[in-house]
Design a protein around this ligand. Sequence first.
Ligand SMILES: [Zn+2]
Length: 323
Amino acid sequence: MTRARQHSLSRRGFCFCCVSASAFAARGGWVTPGQAFAEANGIVQLIKSEAAKAPITVHRVRGNVTILEGSGGNIAVLAGRDGKVLVDAGIAVSRPQVATALAGIGPEPVTHLINTHWHFDHANGNEWLYELGPRIVAHENTRKHLSVSQRVDDWSFDFPALSADALPTDVFATERTFKLNDCTLELKYYGPAHTDSDISVRFAESDILHTGDTFWNGIYPFIDYSTGGSIDGSIRAADANLAATTDATIIIPGHGQPVSNRAQLQEFRDMLVGIRENVARLKKQGRPLEDIVKANPTAAYDAKWGNFVIDPPLFTKLVYEGV
Ligand SMILES: [Zn+2]
């Protein structure tokens, strides 16, 4: 990795989704499966060592909801007399910092843990949080993917299964509602989007929506084709998020600025649609991926969105795969 990229990773925190980008950037191009495996293996270790020392930033929003930033994806915490309800678990090596941040919110035990999807940087923290005894809730595909070693083809890497005790125990197919801490929590499956396991979590009375990784604020998103994600599914999910929110809604994205709004979500959706059109037009002309990357189909968006680990060539490739 370049120094600039390492800095960018450290500043925003490492995540599962960085792996392929970093392997790509290190080579300046696509790699053989063997090379990808060797690099991904090294980078997963790097992600873990970075997460182990990264600080957790605490954002108090409203309605007893707090966001913890710094252990993989953004974690939301709803606290009250029914205990703490966590949306996403971060990465297990951040346990000391996350435990301290949770204790700082209040003395309540963790009674519920919701995983927005199966990815490492949102569910690996289940490995320590289960010891606190929460009900672990997720879409049925999240449990399916976490139950077995999970191959991500884009970088020829196998993520190990979670321990049996850390798996979601309470799974659903389309929708689920909980009444906890005077709040109605509405869990809803997107259909295939960033993966095939993504759900949103709405804190109804507080008008807060956690989108999981269907929204990355200000940075190009990863799309996981290995487990059912696609650019078109990502656009459908962005449209669903727009339909579910107003200008008053606080939106918590999977990655990027934790406290976000609908105007930013709209810009994200328009970026996805704009780049999809550009890449589809070039692919229809029969041009190979290398040519399409050179044609800069993301150029109009790079200054704003291209400064994180999913860089313009990689995002072009992720869109190309799905059009
Ligand atoms: Zn993800």
